[in-house]
Design a protein around this ligand. Structure first.
Ligand SMILES: NC(=O)c1ccc[n+]([C@@H]2O[C@H](COP(=O)([O-])OP(=O)(O)OC[C@H]3O[C@@H](n4cnc5c(N)ncnc54)[C@H](O)[C@@H]3O)[C@@H](O)[C@H]2O)c1
Length: 276
């Protein structure tokens, strides 16, 4: 038996993180698009890793439980890397809330019930969650603690209160941060840790859809005016994840890490500040 890494979302960010921490472990790669899971498994298996692809939809509890069950056939679940998600240009409001908000919350809950003592998880949130006004203590607490099956019934998430897909995505990512804090307390009872990473624009297929979508000019402007003057890479996100998932991160849990080349700083206090 080996320690098991559950990797949900077979994208560039997930693979970059799995390559840092996954050697010598069984990596079970879950993705809604099985061809994505198989492609990343092949790339990594060809490089000496031990991956298995499983079709998984994180917006379904049954599918998450199936992934966990498949993983447990190889050993104890010791790591979770959640990089599954859909972006504002890829999906309608309902799908963004179902995958990015509800799906992430269920995944953290279910893995939290089985994670090995000493285990560690990281979920990919987004700078988008940092780009909207504070929601206040009451709504923060609702997003953090509402039972998962009631989350999408919250008033703040009803269609009349969600302006567009970007707003849905921002709400999902804000919820991810709050949910990580709530779940980190429970994971801690098992001797495990959980954190989130909020990347800025990272060059991946998901981001390419954004660059070429209706908000393309918004992104070009962001690169021109943010302190780093460029998008980031999946490997730079993996640098943070590697710290969080190693013993050097042993005192870090329930936290969110913004890695965005300073774009959010420029949004509040620099050239990216909205003019109205
Ligand atoms: N790329 C960026 O600029 C950026 C910035 C901030 C946050 N993020 C977040 O990072 C995460 C990973 O994004 P990426 O850029 O690596 O994208 P990607 O498109 O390379 O990978 C995302 C993967 O998630 C899978 N997926 C989508 N819905 C799913 C579902 N319901 N169940 C299981 N798998 C599903 C997709 O099939 C895809 O393989 C997402 O949560 C995204 O919101 C990305």
């Amino acid at each position: 038996m080996k320690d098991v890494v559950l990797l949900t979302g077979a994208g560039q960010i997930g693979m970059a993180i799995a390559r840092r921490i996954g050697y010598g472990k069984k990596i079970v790669v879950g993705d809604k698009k099985i061809e994505n899971a198989e492609a990343i498994s092949k790339t990594m298996n060809d490089a000496g890793f031990d991956c298995e692809a499983i079709e998984t939809d994180i917006s379904s509890r049954d599918s998450i439980l199936n992934l966990i069950g498949e993983g447990q056939k190889f050993g104890e679940i010791a790591y979770l890397i959640n990089s599954a998600g859909v972006s504002p240009s890829q999906a309608p409001i309902e799908a963004i809330l179902k995958v990015d908000l509800y799906g992430t919350a269920v995944l953290l809950e279910e893995v939290g019930k089985v994670i090995k003592s000493g285990g560690v998880g990281v979920t990919i949130s987004s700078q988008s969650g940092h780009r909207m006004p504070q929601l206040g203590n009451e709504i923060d607490e609702q997003l953090a603690t509402t039972p998962t099956e009631d989350l999408l019934k919250l008033e703040v998430l009803q269609p009349e209160n969600i302006r567009d897909t970007l707003h849905a995505y921002q709400m999902a990512k804000r919820c991810n941060e709050k949910r990580v804090m709530y779940e980190a307390v429970k994971w801690g009872e098992r001797g495990a840790r959980l954190n989130s990473i909020s990347p800025g624009i990272i060059v991946t297929p998901l981001a390419m859809d954004e660059f070429n979508g209706i908000r393309g000019d918004f992104y070009k402007n962001m690169f021109a005016k943010c302190p780093a003057h460029r998008p980031g890479t999946a490997d730079e996100v993996a640098n943070v994840a590697e710290l969080l998932m190693s013993d050097k991160g042993a005192f870090i849990t329930g936290a969110d890490f913004l890695i965005d080349g300073g774009a959010t700083a420029a949004y509040y206090y620099g050239e990216l500040k909205p003019t109205k």
